[in-house]
Design a protein around this ligand. Structure first.
Ligand code: 5AD
Ligand code: SF4
Length: 471
């Protein structure tokens, strides 16, 4: 038997890319590839690229420059190394990559990963291969499922893609062009995936999709199921103790999702709900399809369903035409909502998107300054949120041994890392931890005797940073 070929995969960007990378590894495992952490002994290198923000393609070309050296060096020693470019840059600039980078053997768009084995074969026989179509079939139905040992090696928390693509067309965003229109996977397929993961030790599932709460998959009863209904079904699967989902659009929050937060203890009270801006003028120019008030009302509905819920968000500063007044409205919204954390980005024009043609650019200096102010505010809210945990007893799902000997690390409901001294037996279990201190972003504590946990507390027992909502 020939020795296994080695695959090195480097992923940039979002959770969807992390998940896709695993599925490419699983599919190529069926072809005799094993994963390697080192690029130098790889027979196949896949760059799984991201196109969402700045300098995406430049990064890819400079990485390809480095890979050319690796490939030439291997060729000198009589070994062929194949290079594949996957992900959203491949989708957006496939033919340009083939033209500019002779080192590349295969270019494959996100909807065609199940064709990777054929594309590699085609590259071997014809020199190079490119596929950036949006095929009609569901790629997940064709990608090989992960084997039990691969699932176990990846740990107790797993992503599962339930939906891909987006029909919202925010004017700054490249996703509807690179990932295509919204497609939801059928419920039965998702249930099968989660059963397989749970059977092999996975305890936490994060459902992912570019606009995950637009999920509208075919249910086993022949009807269309929403994300909330899907979550109810997945909560019944033995072994799954925590459910999460990401990323949501405020406009697509429906009553079934709110009900899921009210009814399902396994559904974590931490919601990533990007708003992008606190100015109605900017939201309209972004084609976000919601106002600031709409967003506040959605937050209020979540809070009414579950008292201990917390939020994170994404923000863009310096969208074309954003004035100081618009930016102040963003700061005001952040102050009013009170986030447990958030990501903020400088606007970056994406070729082919409507905003890329907008003229009124905010100066680089103003963008930098606004980003710093916003990040300072968000950081202070995040610290306050973390500090408020000290002295509380919170549920932690333990994930793995920490770097410090004897310590086990897990995560709270709000994804805060929490460390305790304990044996590795606790990995995979949710246990109450009394939090004693905070070290940067990590909580330190001790295993506590079972006692009321956050989700069982009354509001007066909880200390959170100020979170005032309402008009
Ligand atoms: N410029 C800056 N940030 C962007 N994002 C998406 N497109 C752009 C862009 N052109 C941000 C949004 C989105 C997150 C994933 O990336 O905040 O929610
Ligand atoms: Fe992009 Fe999200 Fe807007 Fe869809 S909803 S276009 S993914 S920012």
């Amino acid at each position: 038997m020939s020795p296994p070929r080695k695959l090195h995969i480097k992923s940039y960007g979002c959770q969807m890319n992390v998940y896709d990378a695993q599925r490419m590894v699983d599919t190529l495992a069926a072809e005799g590839f094993v994963e390697t952490a080192s690029v130098d002994d790889a027979d196949l290198v896949i760059l799984n690229t991201c196109h969402i923000r700045e300098k995406a393609s430049e990064k890819v070309y400079s990485e390809l420059g480095r890979l050319r050296v690796v490939k030439d060096e291997a060729a000198r020693l009589g070994r062929h190394v194949s290079i594949a470019v996957a992900g959203c840059v491949a989708q957006a600039e496939g033919s340009e990559i083939i033209r500019r980078a002779p080192v590349v053997d295969v270019v494959v768009g996100p909807q065609s990963y199940h064709h990777l084995p054929q594309l590699l074969a085609r590259a071997r026989s014809h020199g190079r291969a490119l596929e950036t179509e949006f095929p009609v079939e569901d790629k997940f139905g064709f990608l090989a499922p992960p084997q039990p040992d691969a699932i176990r090696a990846r740990g107790i928390s797993s992503f599962v893609t339930v939906q891909e693509g987006c029909d919202k067309f925010c004017t700054f965003c490249v996703v509807p062009y690179t990932r295509g229109t919204e497609v939801s996977r059928p419920v039965a397929r998702i249930v099968d995936d989660v059963l397989r993961l749970a059977d092999n030790g996975v305890r936490e599932i994060t459902l992912i999709g570019q606009n995950v709460n637009a999920y509208h998959g075919e249910g086993p009863d022949g009807r269309t199921w929403s994300l909330g209904t899907l979550l109810h079904r997945l909560a019944e699967i033995p072994g799954i103790v925590r459910l999460r989902y990401s990323t949501s659009h405020p406009r697509d929050v429906d009553e079934t999702l709110i009900a899921a937060h009210r009814d399902l203890p396994a559904l974590m009270p931490f919601v990533h709900l990007p708003v992008q801006s606190g100015s109605n003028r900017v939201l309209a120019a972004m084609n976000r399809k919601h106002t600031v008030d709409d967003y506040r009302r959605v937050i209020d509905r979540f809070r009414a369903a579950r008292q201990d819920i917390a939020f994170s968000s994404d923000f863009i500063v310096g969208f074309p035409g954003e004035t100081e007044e618009d930016f102040s409205a963003t700061l005001a919204l952040v102050t009013q909502i009170g986030y447990a954390g958030a990501y903020s980005f400088k606007y970056s024009p994406r070729p082919g998107t409507p905003a890329a043609d907008m003229r009124e650019m905010v100066t680089a200096a103003d963008m930098d300054e606004r980003l710093v102010r916003l990040q300072e505010l968000i950081d202070s809210q995040q610290s306050a949120f973390n500090v408020a945990t000290i002295g509380n007893t919170v549920d932690v799902l333990f994930e793995r041994a920490a770097r410090n000997p004897g310590q086990i690390v897990g995560r709270t409901a709000y994804l805060q890392p929490a460390h305790v001294m304990a044996s590795t037996d606790i990995i995979g279990r949710v246990l109450p931890v009394r939090i004693d201190s905070l070290e940067r972003y990590s909580l330190l504590g001790e295993l506590a005797a079972p006692q009321p946990t956050l989700s069982q507390m009354t509001p007066s027992q909880m200390t959170f940073p100020p979170m005032t909502t309402g008009a």
